[in-house]
Every structure is written in structure tokens, then in C-alpha cells.
Design a protein around this ligand. Structure first.
Ligand SMILES: [Zn+2]
Length: 100
């Protein structure tokens, strides 16, 4: 079964708000393996490291708002449904980060 849009949006927002430690591995100098989130323990496989840090919170805010709207789906005006659909594309790109 497909996850609910609200859940996909919320998961992507959480991903952007996760904080992973990035320990440098001394032997190679430049190797690093992010640890799990220091808050919720989520593994770092999907950490959106190709998105600048300064964009994480603004994007998370957009996704969290869209998740709210998706939860109230039956009340949504068409304009808001489009916003949710647009945000869902962003959420799926983030959530699918471990595939590419
Ligand atoms: Zn987390």
C-alpha cells in the first residue's frame, strides 16, 4: 500500500530536520561516515547532503505545511491541492535519496 501523502511529506520534513554527526575518519583524512540522527536515531542513508544546510529548515517548513494541508485533504481548495502535489514531488525526491 502506498504511504499517505501526509506521511511522505512529514517524513521528508523530518529528514531535513535531522542532525547527523559527521565524524572524520582519521586514517584517510577525508572519509566521513555520518552517524544516525542525534535526535531520533534515523540512519543517515537518506540525508540530503546535496542540499545546502541553509535550505534545510525553509524546505522542511514548506513540507510540514503541505503535510498539514494533506491531512485536512477533504477541506482543501483546488489551489491548495496543487501546492500539496508540488510539495509531494519534492518529498519523494528527498525520501528516495537512497536509490541514487
Ligand atoms: Zn532525526
Amino acid at each position: 500500500m502506498e504511504p499517505a501523502p501526509a506521511d511522505e511529506l512529514q517524513a521528508a520534513a523530518a529528514l531535513l530536520r535531522c542532525e547527523h554527526s559527521f565524524p572524520v575518519q582519521p586514517p584517510e583524512g577525508t572519509l566521513w561516515a555520518p552517524g544516525p540522527c542525534t535526535h531520533c536515531g534515523t540512519p543517515s542513508a537518506n540525508y540530503p547532503r546535496d542540499i545546502p544546510e541553509r535550505l534545510h529548515e525553509p524546505l522542511a517548513a514548506v513540507l510540514a505545511k503541505a503535510a498539514e494541508q494533506a491531512r485536512r485533504n477533504e477541506l482543501l481548495a483546488p489551489r491548495h491541492r496543487r501546492d500539496v502535489t508540488t510539495a509531494l514531488g519534492l518529498a519523494r525526491a528527498l525520501n528516495g535519496g537512497d536509490h541514487g
